[in-house]
Unconditional design. Structure first.
Length: 281
């Protein structure tokens, strides 16, 4: 596949799912990085910090093309609009550039991420809030870090086993998080966020959920929480954290879903803090 002057690799359909996911995020991340080096402009989506670039679109188009050729029976869902119905009961969830604001402004803290999920639904036929995820892959190109893991494979960072930071209480570890400034003016989100934030030993806010979750899996960060995550921001990291022996949860407070990851004790304590605030009608 050629995108402008950048040529990306045609992948072998005989690769297993983990090999395919690894290759896809590596290629997508390198494609985006090369395009940024050539010069990019961002387009605003919902806010000044929610932007998209031509690299996001090109990287997603590459992954979409490879998946349609290598896994024609699987569904595909992408942040930048890719949507393909599958027949296999599985769907690939693509985030071509997670942390686009960082990416556009020269930070290294961005990545390409992908997950493979089961097409779960509730008894009414509606998609579930937190579907089962088979595997996840996250690649941070400028640091050459590849996190990988899933139900059938323990978590690794660049091929080396990772097991998180241990099962410690929130008060002894760092918590990575993100909340848009506008939500801090809304008590529905601000109150639970504050309750969880003050329970941690320290806070980190870097702007890429998948990069954060990879670091929860490898122990660099202690735990993580954020509200209203789309599947492409949650499922790749969820798969890897769980494959590293960690825990995850989704809790609803005031109509918002909060996504939590870390060791079992930290996940339990963060979930309790989030739900400890007054509930609005």
């Amino acid at each position: 596949m050629t995108t402008g002057r950048h040529t990306a690799t045609e992948l072998d359909p005989s690769l297993d799912d983990y090999q395919l996911a690894s290759a896809l995020v590596r290629e997508a991340g390198q494609l985006a990085l090369l395009m940024r080096m050539g010069g990019l402009q961002g387009e605003r989506k919902t806010s000044v910090s929610d932007v998209v670039t031509a690299a996001d679109h090109a990287a997603e188009a590459y992954v979409l093309e490879q998946l349609r050729r290598c896994r024609p029976e699987d569904g595909i869902l992408g942040e930048e609009g890719a949507s393909v119905a599958g027949t296999s009961g599985r769907t690939w969830v693509i985030d071509p550039v997670d942390g686009t604001y960082n990416f556009l402004h020269g930070s290294t803290y961005w990545c390409s991420a992908i997950a493979l999920k089961r097409d779960d639904s509730d008894h009414g036929g509606n998609p579930v809030a937190d579907p089962d995820v088979l595997l996840g892959a996250i690649y941070q190109p400028e640091l050459d870090k590849l996190w990988l893991g899933g139900e059938e494979r323990p978590a690794t960072l660049n091929g080396e086993a990772i097991t998180g930071s241990g099962d410690l209480p929130v008060g002894q570890i760092s918590a990575a998080t993100y909340i848009h400034p506008t939500w801090l003016a809304d008590p529905r989100a601000a109150m639970p966020w504050h309750a969880a934030a003050v329970s941690a030993a320290s806070l980190r806010m870097f702007g890429s959920g998948s990069c954060d979750l990879g670091r929860v899996a490898d122990g660099e960060l202690g735990c993580w929480f954020q509200h209203s995550c789309p599947e492409w921001d949650w499922l790749p990291g969820k798969a890897i954290v769980r494959a590293a022996g960690g825990d995850t949860a989704v809790v609803q407070v005031n109509g918002l879903n909060w996504f939590v990851a870390g060791g079992p004790t930290a996940v339990h304590e963060l979930s309790a803090a989030l739900t400890s605030v007054p509930q609005f009608a």
